[in-house]
Each structure stands twice: as structure tokens, then as C-alpha cells.
Design a protein around this ligand. Structure first.
Ligand SMILES: C[S@@+](CC[C@H](N)C(=O)[O-])C[C@H]1O[C@@H](n2cnc3c(N)ncnc32)[C@H](O)[C@@H]1O
Ligand code: SF4
Length: 394
């Protein structure tokens, strides 16, 4: 195993949205059903809970710098700039921020205005991720979005005006009734806004969503391949390099926070339902990795403030024999893959054993033939589960 701890990030979850989108299985809730309105969320209570939650994790992070922070949701842009100003100040008083720290916030274009963006920027947030999904009215309606394409364009202009120079756009494809041409139009409109980063997700029908129980009519397999291929080409021609299955960035603008996940870094997770992964070396000098997750329902999470059980809903060590799969599930998402030495450092497993297992993957064309590197081929990125199954074979 490596002899130094991996980089440390912090994930902060905000669990509320104006309206639940029918495709979404994230831990996001309409506040109206719980007695709050979207513009009247329990900010003070949530702030106090987040800090108490962080305090209970500090033992595992003591003395370590935070490299990146990601405020995700839900819809973080439902909470005020003042909330984030206080939150970030309090966090900085507990854990040192690395020089040049990346602090990202997700924003929904249906919840923003100029003054909010200016306030978020002043609070120290320096990267914005705008959930646009599509620019076409029919698609936005089918996806249950609360904003129009024009509002998304305005939101991005306002964010620039507020001083954000690092912006991601979330787009989805393979949408109900979408033709390859419509998918390319969406990419064209996103490119016209000149974001630094673009996340391009294929719509999946997740269990426990409205789309799962009432599936919309999605494009046929052939159209989906066509969308994938032509969309990928369009993005690469425009200078967006794909560095992960769904992530494209201009030169040097990869999401450092997400890269830390994919490179198997450590992260604290605070907020309703947040997950964390933390490595430490125990008193006997043995390397340990623990996953922990927090109470999921926002109201139950808030109540945990006065509860001796605290915010943790569960924790589990990652066992040595689980490490290869855990590591590969993340690292193989990266188009560049990882060095074999990184594999050895993170899993504690000899490289020879891995190479023997991977011979059959090579035959199926799921891996790139590269000495010293573990890297999925374009085919392997498409069929990642098949590749992971080979790595995990006894
Ligand atoms: C947690 S959401 C955050 C963004 C923000 N809440 C919003 O929607 O505006 C992160 C992104 O995941 C993507 N996403 C969510 N559910 C998805 C699904 N079922 N299939 C594909 N992408 C999905 C969307 O692009 C979404 O913007
Ligand atoms: S706004 Fe974002 S987090 Fe909220 S339900 Fe929609 S996709 Fe999910």
C-alpha cells in the first residue's frame, strides 16, 4: 500500500428541490411536503447541523488540508449566499483549505438571479455547475424541469457577470423523443455558451423514480449509438476532451473534485444522506479505509442534532479483498486509466495477479494494450461492468 494518505475533499449535500424531476434518484425532496417552502428553508438549523456533522468526522481528518469542496444536491442554489458565506467560514476554521482550493456549487437555472450568483462568488465559491439538461422546450417539459432554455442561457450570462470563470453545464441525452439531430442541437447551444466543462449523461431509468414506474418512450438502440458517436465527435472537435465516461473539459479544466473520487482519493461527506470515504493508518500501523454515510431524510437528519446517535446512519470498513473492485470501479471510468503502480499502491495487490486476470479482457478488446497502464478501451468504457467482472473474477 502507499505510505501517504490520499488527497482529501469535502462533499456537502443540500437535500431540497423546488420540484422532484421524474428521472432523478438523488436524495432530493420537495420541501413543500414537509412544511417549508423552497424560499423559506430551515437555513439556520441546517447550517448548525452541517457543522455538528463535520465536527463528528474531524477525528478522521485531523491535520489534513481540504483540496476541493463540492456543494451538491438537490438544489444548493435554493440556499442563500449568506448561508454559504457562514458555512465556508466555519469550515475553514476547522480544517485548512489548500492553496487554490476548488469550491463548486450546483445550481438550477430555475432558482437563480444575478444577486444570488454575485453573493455565491463573494462567499468563496469559484466553480459553478449548472443543471441545464436540454434547451428544447419539449424535452424540458418531458423532464419536468422548472426552467426554459432561455432561462438557462440567462443564468449562465449572470454567472459570468458575477465573476465565475469556471462553469460546468450538465446536459442529458437519450431523452424521450430525442433524435440524433436534437441531441446535437443541444450540444451546439451549450457550446455557444463557452463553458469550461460539460457533463454529458445518457438518461437512465433509475429504480424508485417516476420514469421507472411510467417509462417514457426513449430513442431506439441505434439512435442512441448514433447520438453517442456524433455527440462525442462534436465535443472533441470543439476542443472538449473526454476524460471520464460522461465528462468533457477544455484544457486544464477537469473537475478536480470528481477526479479525486475517480482516483480513489478520500472525502468527507456531510449533510443528509452524504457519503464519505476516509483512509487512516491505525495504531498497529495497518492501513484502514472506512466508508460512512449520514441520515438520509432531511427532517430526520435535522433531528439528529439533539440525538446521541449523531448523524451517521452507517459505517463500514472496505476489506482488503474488496479493494481491487472498489478501486477499479472508479479508476477505469477515466479515459486515461491509471498507472499499474497506482493500482498496486491503492489495492495492495501484486500487479502480476491483475495482469493474469486481464488476459481475457484483452481478448474481448475491453482494455488498451499499454505497458505499465490499466486503461479501458473505448469498448471497455461502454461495457465497464463486463470489464469490472473480469477484474473481480477469482
Ligand atoms: C444532482 S443533479 C444536480 C443538478 C441540479 N439539481 C439540477 O438538476 O439542476 C446532477 C446531474 O445528474 C444528472 N442526472 C440526474 N439523474 C439522471 C438520470 N436518471 N440519468 C442521467 N443523468 C441524470 C443531471 O444531468 C443532473 O444535472
Ligand atoms: S433539480 Fe436536480 S436534484 Fe432536484 S430532482 Fe431535479 S435532477 Fe434531481
Amino acid at each position: 500500500m502507499a505510505d501517504t494518505l490520499p488527497p482529501l475533499s469535502l462533499y456537502i449535500h443540500t437535500p431540497w428541490c423546488v420540484r422532484k424531476c421524474p428521472y432523478c434518484d438523488f436524495n432530493s425532496h420537495e420541501p413543500g411536503t414537509h412544511g417549508f417552502t423552497p424560499r423559506d428553508l430551515p437555513e439556520a438549523a441546517y447550517l448548525a447541523a452541517l457543522l455538528q456533522d463535520l465536527d463528528s468526522d474531524l477525528g478522521l481528518a485531523a491535520g489534513r488540508e481540504i483540496q476541493t469542496i463540492f456543494i451538491g444536491g438537490g438544489t444548493p442554489s435554493l440556499l442563500s449566499p449568506m448561508f454559504y458565506e457562514r458555512l465556508l467560514k466555519e469550515i475553514a476554521s476547522r480544517l485548512p483549505f489548500a492553496q487554490g482550493i476548488e469550491i463548486t456549487m450546483e445550481a438550477n437555472p430555475g432558482t437563480t438571479e444575478q444577486a444570488r450568483f454575485t453573493g455565491y462568488r463573494q462567499a468563496g465559491i469559484n466553480r459553478l455547475s449548472l443543471g441545464i439538461q436540454s434547451f428544447q422546450p419539449d424535452q424540458l417539459q418531458a423532464l419536468g424541469r422548472i426552467h426554459s432554455g432561455d432561462e438557462a442561457v440567462t443564468a449562465l450570462a449572470q454567472a459570468r457577470q458575477a465573476g465565475f470563470s469556471n462553469i460546468n453545464i450538465d446536459l442529458m441525452h437519450g431523452l424521450p423523443g430525442q433524435t440524433p439531430q436534437l441531441a446535437l442541437d443541444d450540444i451546439d447551444q451549450a457550446l455557444a455558451l463557452a463553458p469550461e466543462h460539460l457533463s454529458w449523461y445518457q438518461l437512465t431509468l433509475e429504480p424508485n423514480t417516476a420514469f421507472h414506474s411510467h417509462p417514457p418512450s426513449l430513442p431506439e438502440e441505434e439512435a442512441l449509438w448514433d447520438i453517442q458517436d456524433s455527440g462525442h465527435q462534436l465535443l472533441e472537435q470543439a476542443g472538449f476532451k473526454r476524460y471520464e465516461i460522461s465528462a468533457y473539459a477544455t484544457q486544464g479544466q477537469q473537475s478536480r473534485h470528481n477526479l479525486n473520487y475517480w482516483q480513489f482519493g478520500d472525502y468527507l461527506g456531510i449533510g443528509a444522506g452524504a457519503h464519505g470515504k476516509l483512509s487512516h493508518i491505525d495504531q498497529a500501523g495497518v492501513w484502514r479505509i472506512e466508508r460512512r454515510w449520514k441520515t438520509r431524510q432531511p427532517e430526520a437528519y435535522l433531528k439528529r442534532m439533539d440525538d446521541l446517535r449523531g448523524f451517521i446512519a452507517g459505517k463500514q470498513p472496505i476489506q482488503a479483498d474488496e479493494l481491487p473492485l472498489e478501486f477499479a470501479m472508479n479508476a477505469l471510468r477515466l479515459t486515461e486509466g491509471v498507472a499499474l503502480s497506482t493500482w498496486r499502491d491503492n489495492t495492495g495487490q501484486p500487479v502480476d495477479r491483475l495482469l493474469a486476470r486481464l488476459q481475457s479482457a484483452d481478448k474481448k478488446g475491453l482494455l488498451m494494450q499499454m505497458p505499465e497502464k490499466l486503461r479501458a478501451s473505448p469498448q471497455g468504457l461502454l461495457f465497464l461492468n463486463e470489464l469490472l467482472a473480469l477484474i473481480n473474477e477469482d
